[in-house]
Design a protein around this ligand. Structure first.
Ligand code: GCO
Ligand code: MG
Length: 404
C-alpha cells in the first residue's frame, strides 16, 4: 500500500482554511487540517515544497515513522508553521488508515471512553446586560458550559467582544495589514469580577462558566483575578499569562484555587512539560492540528493523565471540521478529557466540509463512519478563493505594543 499523491487545498468558505488530501493506491484518501489562522499560505507552501515529496511511495500505515521523519528530519524543530504542517499530514494519515481498516478513528486510539463529548460555547456581549442575555440564550439552547466575555467600559474594541449586538465573533479580519485593538489591564481587572458576580446570579449554580484572559496579564495580576473570581466557582480561567513562561504558573497556582487552562498556542510536548510535571494547570488546550497531529497528542494526553490534567481542545471556527473531528476522535478514546470548545460554523463552511459529527443538547456526538467522518466538497474549492485576513494586534491606550 502506497501514498500516491498529496493535494493542498486553500479556500475561503466563509473564512480561510487549508486542507491536505493524501491519496493512496487503493483509491481511498485521508484529510488533514493545516489551517493556521492568519498564516495560512506559510503552511500550505511548507507542505507542498518540503513534506509532500517525501511522502510519495511511503505506506500510509506507518504513522509513527512518518511523524518522526518529519519531526526529527527538519533540524529546525517545533514552531507553529512546522508543527501545523506535520500535524495536518499526520491527521490525514490516521484518517486514511482508519478508512482502509473500515473503522471510526477512535477505534485505533483505544476505543470508546465516553458516548458523548461535553462542549462549551461563547456567551459574549457588549455590556453586562447584553452578556447576561447571551448566556441565558445559550443555557436555553442546551449548553452546560459557557465562556463569558464582555465589553469593558472605556475600551472600544477588545478581544472576545462582539462588534455589534447579535453579531458572530470572528477574530480574523480580511485586509492587507492587521487591525489594531486597544487594552487597559486595570479597567479589565476591575470589570471581570463584577461581570461574573452578575452572571452567576442570573444563571444559577448549574452552568459551568469559563473565561479567557488571552495571555494579557502578568503572573501577579493573574493571581489577583483567580482569587477574586473564587466565589463564582469558574470551570476555568484560560490563558491568563503568555504561555511561553511556564514557570509563571507556579506563582499563580500558589495564590488561587480557580482551575487554570492553557495551551491553544502550544505545538509540542516541550511547551507544556513543566506545566504538566509540576501540576500547574488543570486543562491543556492544544488543538490536534496545531499540536503536530494525533501521534504526539496521544503521548501528551498520556503524560497529562499522569498529572491529573485534562485534555480540553481548542475549538474555534478557525479550526476546520477536519481538525475538530481529529480532536473528537482523540477525546473519545482517552480517559482524561475535560471539555471541547465548539463555536459552530457558518453555512458556507458546513457546505464545504460535510461531516458526520453532530452537536445536540450541549454535547458533540460521533457516529460509526470510518475514519474522521469528514469530507471536503471539491466542487466548491474554486467558488471560494482565499482572501488574506489577519488576527488583530493590540496596543495599550498610550500606544505601547501589547499581547493579542
Ligand atoms: C479561543 C481562542 C480563539 C483564538 C483564535 C485564534 O479560546 O477560542 O482564544 O478565539 O484567539 O482561535 O486564531
Ligand atoms: Mg483562548
Amino acid at each position: 500500500m502506497k501514498i500516491t499523491k498529496v493535494q493542498v487545498i486553500v479556500h475561503c468558505p466563509a473564512r480561510n482554511f487549508v486542507t491536505v488530501k493524501v491519496h493512496s493506491d487503493q483509491g481511498v484518501y485521508g484529510l488533514g487540517d493545516a489551517t493556521l489562522n492568519g498564516r495560512e499560505l506559510a503552511v500550505s507552501k511548507y507542505i507542498e515544497e518540503y513534506l509532500t515529496p517525501s511522502l510519495i511511495g511511503k505506506s500510509p500505515f506507518d504513522t509513527e515513522d512518518i511523524w518522526q521523519f518529519f519531526y526529527k528530519g527538519v533540524y529546525w524543530r517545533r514552531g507553529a508553521v512546522n508543527m501545523t504542517a506535520i500535524g495536518a499530514i499526520d491527521i490525514a494519515l490516521w484518517d486514511l488508515k482508519a478508512k482502509l481498516l473500515n473503522v471510526p478513528l477512535y477505534q485505533l486510539l483505544g476505543g470508546k471512553s465516553r458516548n458523548k463529548i461535553l462542549t462549551y460555547c461563547h456567551g459574549h456581549g457588549t455590556s453586562f446586560e447584553d452578556t447576561i442575555e447571551k448566556v441565558l440564550e445559550k443555557k436555553e439552547a442546551g449548553y452546560e458550559a459557557i465562556r463569558v466575555q464582555s465589553g469593558i467600559p472605556g475600551l472600544d474594541k477588545i478581544y472576545g467582544m462582539n462588534t455589534k449586538k447579535g453579531a458572530k465573533y470572528e477574530p480574523a479580519i480580511a485586509a492587507e495589514t492587521p487591525f489594531e485593538e486597544e487594552w487597559d489591564t486595570s479597567k479589565y481587572l476591575n470589570h471581570v469580577p463584577r461581570l461574573f458576580e452578575k452572571v452567576r446570579e442570573a444563571v444559577g449554580d448549574e452552568v459551568h462558566l469559563l473565561h479567557d484572559g488571552h495571555h494579557r496579564l502578568t503572573p501577579i495580576e493573574a493571581a489577583r483575578l483567580g482569587k477574586e473570581l473564587e466565589p463564582f466557582h469558574l470551570f476555568w480561567l484560560e490563558d491568563l499569562v503568555a504561555g511561553e513562561m511556564q514557570e509563571s504558573f507556579r506563582l499563580i497556582r500558589n495564590h488561587t484555587t480557580t482551575p487554570l487552562a492553557l495551551g491553544e498556542v502550544f505545538n509540542t510536548m516541550f511547551d507544556c512539560k513543566t506545566l504538566l510535571e509540576e501540576e500547574l494547570i488543570d486543562h491543556l488546550r492544544m488543538a490536534v492540528s496545531h499540536g503536530g497531529g494525533i501521534t504526539p497528542m496521544k503521548k501528551i494526553a498520556a503524560l497529562a493523565e499522569l498529572h491529573h490534567v485534562k485534555i480540553s481542545p481548542h475549538g474555534p471556527s478557525d479550526i476546520s471540521p477536519i481538525g475538530i473531528a481529529a480532536a473528537l476522535h482523540l477525546v473519545t478514546a482517552i480517559n482524561n478529557f475535560g471539555v471541547h470548545e465548539y463555536m459552530g460554523y457558518e453555512e458556507q463552511t458546513l457546505e464545504a466540509f460535510p461531516h458526520a459529527f453532530k452537536w445536540e443538547k450541549g454535547y458533540l456526538h460521533l457516529d460509526e463512519t470510518p475514519g474522521l467522518g469528514v469530507d471536503i466538497n471539491m466542487d466548491l474549492v474554486d467558488k471560494y478563493p482565499y482572501k488574506k485576513a489577519f488576527l488583530p494586534v493590540n496596543r495599550l491606550t498610550d500606544g505601547t505594543m501589547f499581547h493579542w
